[in-house]
Ligand binder design. Structure first.
Ligand code: 13P
Length: 253
């Protein structure tokens, strides 16, 4: 069965409220005619309500960049998965900036993944190696550790489960992985999912590439057989480039 591509924009901690609302309004128009690709935006948490309102009734999903696993309580500064269920469709889990800037552990990604799956939202589980890990030939070990830890005590994955492969050395650097490197690594990720679950789960799993993806390289990345979508940072902050990326993703399937 063909996998529906999924392109998501991770806005990170960018854009004030007015430009965020302007971008959402522009995307509502520019993405309207695009078929055959799932599309989502992940604005900063304060603008999630604006995104949900502006994009209501469109095919553009809303995602959040992080959640906490406890449902409620004295956790100042956190937002719970339970609070976001019914408001957002997608949740980015384990982004490298969470892991490397905020010290998020593999164990935390597992707790987040469990609760997000239980609540019926779609996780985008981000994994990826540091430059020195790739140069030291440890990419596969790192991805295996991150994936198996995240999947701990999770007996099955829903159809279309999303893994985002984001090599840390390619994020925000302009150094995109070549389509060949991205393809090879996404195929390795699929093999790890097959080993942990089964061939069907792996074949249904959607693997995004992220790391300096843009309007120019989207088509060649999306042309790779194991790349099923893109998780876009900088190029998601302008309607024109994000729209071109979504169009390229739609055209390659
Ligand atoms: P850039 O596209 O800015 O490299 O960011 C990628 C990313 O981290 C998306 O989650």
């Amino acid at each position: 069965m063909a996998r529906t591509p999924i392109v998501a924009g991770n806005w990170k901690m960018n854009l004030g409220r007015t430009p965020a609302r302007e971008l959402l309004t522009a995307l509502k128009g520019s993405l309207a005619g695009i078929e055959g690709v799932d599309m989502a935006v992940c604005p900063p948490a304060p603008w999630i309500g604006d995104a949900a309102d502006i994009l209501a009734g469109t095919k553009i999903g809303v995602g959040v960049q992080n959640v906490y696993w406890e449902a409620q309580g004295a956790f100042t500064g956190e937002q719970s998965a339970a609070q976001l269920a019914g408001v957002v469709d997608y949740v980015i889990i384990g982004h490298s900036e969470r892991r490397h800037v905020f010290g998020e552990t593999d164990e935390a990604t597992n707790k987040k993944l469990k609760v997000v799956l239980e609540l019926g939202m779609q996780p985008m589980l981000a994994v990826g190696e540091l430059r020195e890990e790739r140069e030291g030939g440890r990419t596969n070990d790192v991805l295996r550790r991150q994936l198996l830890a995240a999947f701990d005590d999770i007996s099955s994955l829903p159809e279309g489960f999303i893994v985002a492969y984001e090599p840390v050395w390619a994020i925000g650097t302009g150094l995109t992985a070549t389509p060949e490197i991205a393809q090879m690594t996404c195929a390795d990720i699929r093999a790890i999912v097959a080993e942990r679950y089964d061939e069907d789960t792996a074949a249904n799993c959607r693997i995004q590439y992220g790391g300096s993806a843009n309007a120019e390289n989207a088509a060649s990345l999306m042309g790779q057989p194991d790349i099923d979508g893109l998780l876009v940072g900088g190029a998601a902050l302008q309607a024109e480039s994000f729209t071109k990326i979504c169009q390229a993703a739609a055209a390659t399937r």
